[in-house]
Design a protein around this ligand. Structure first.
Ligand code: PLP
Length: 384
């Protein structure tokens, strides 16, 4: 990488070497942190380094992380935001008042709740549809002719799989932009742009950073020319929803091990899904890696290298037995979020009691610990 070989490099190489970012000034193999909020001009009043004027729009640590994400996602351009929700909001702020949008139902609750409130405020017609039903999604696109069609795959916490190629076709037939929230897959396990999506959104807080210590969001675009993308970029620069340099530096550091972590998390999650599927106290396991999952064949086509670290399962008997299991776990932290190296468990019904989440559902974010230790912990918590 130091010699910039011409051949297209594999994700593990791109990530480990941060797509070639070093510190040219000192020879450091790791880029320096650039905290300056402003940049000097020369005696003729030209910026001393072309393109560097003010931190809100110009920071090298943000650029390094964006370049690496573009390479990993196969994107023409990437924009980072200070949170995943800021990235979601950046997309919807481009929608004109009075237009309509189509959003997958039963996705991450924070996204749904914000979009509902935003659309109500802005007089935007919001239509929600079960997008893993390809025909229902296409019919809703044709009927409502949305400006933006938004899907999340695999979805959180239901682990539903959306056919991205079919959704792109349906969206483009009515002039809509298809945006895919690919948080649970990360840029390692799926490439929605290659299936026709216009923009991929990530909560980079999750697997991309991977260490539960940076809040961030990303939008990756298939082409930088669209009017929507121009508006998103301009609004970020002017309204200032930007990532801080130190956060961007940490994000790049986290991404160096992204392919390694996603592989290990997927392997662990697969083993735990198989274990739970056979457990007498477990009613259902939702994990696209399981052959019995309704989206398995599609996920196997659309994802590569694994099915991710997110899985949900329903404990027999409802809320109380599920909370008892969560309470007995010793290694899994009882905490929200996902994609970190440490395993987490969450009782989603407690968080969103009115959205149809089964009362017995526990969502696991499977980390990179020893899988035998994780299995033993689940076994003792389930009482077997
Ligand atoms: N999208 C998904 C699928 C998520 O799980 C989350 C957070 O949990 C978000 C978006 C929002 O991201 P953030 O918490 O970084 O704002």
């Amino acid at each position: 990488m130091a010699d910039s070989p011409d051949k297209e490099l594999q994700p593990a190489t791109l990530a480990a070497q941060a797509a070639g970012a070093t510190d040219a000034e000192t020879g450091g193999v790791v880029p320096a942190v650039h905290l300056s909020t402003t940049f000097a001009r020369d005696a003729d009043y030209a910026p001393m380094v072309p393109g560097n004027v003010y931190l809100r729009s110009h920071n090298e640590n943000v650029r390094v992380a964006e370049r690496l994400l573009s390479r990993l996602e196969g994107a023409a351009d990437t924009l980072l935001f200070p949170s995943g929700m800021a990235a979601v909001a950046a997309v919807f702020r481009t929608v004109p008042n009075g237009a309509s949008v189509l959003v997958q139902s039963q996705i991450y609750w924070g996204t749904t709740a914000w979009i509902r409130a935003f659309c109500a405020r802005r007089d935007i017609a919001l239509h929600e549809v079960e997008a893993s039903d390809t025909e229902a999604f296409a019919a809703a696109c044709a009927k409502h002719r949305p400006a933006i069609a938004w899907v999340e795959t695999p979805s959180n916490p239901w682990l539903r799989i959306v056919d991205i190629a079919a959704a792109s076709e349906a969206a483009h037939a009515v002039g809509a932009q298809l945006v895919v929230d690919g948080t649970a897959a990360s840029p390692v396990l799926s490439h929605p742009l290659s299936f026709g999506a216009d923009i991929v959104m990530h909560s980079a807080t999750k697997g991309i950073n991977g260490h539960s210590d940076v809040l961030s969001g990303a939008l990756c675009a298939s082409g930088p020319q669209s009017e929507t993308w121009r508006m998103i970029r301009e609004d970020r620069d002017m309204a200032g929803a930007v990532m801080a340099p130190m956060e961007a530096w940490l994000l790049t550091r986290g991404m160096r091990t992204l392919p390694l972590r996603m592989r290990e998390m997927s392997r662990n999650a697969m083993a735990l899904a198989e274990y739970l599927a056979d457990h007498p106290q477990v009613e259902t396991v939702m994990y696209p890696g399981l052959p019995g999952h309704p989206g398995h064949a599609l996920a196997a086509r659309q994802m590569r290298g694994g099915f991710g670290g997110l899985l949900s399962f329903v404990v027999k008997g409802g809320a109380q037995p599920a909370l008892r299991v969560a309470g007995r776990l010793k290694l899994f932290h009882r905490a929200t979020s996902l994609g970190g190296v440490e395993s987490l468990v969450e009782h989603r019904h407690t968080i969103e009691p009115h959205t149809g989440i089964p009362e017995g559902l526990l969502r696991l974010s499977v980390g990179i610990e020893d899988v035998g230790d994780l299995k033993d912990d689940l076994a003792q918590a389930l009482g077997q």
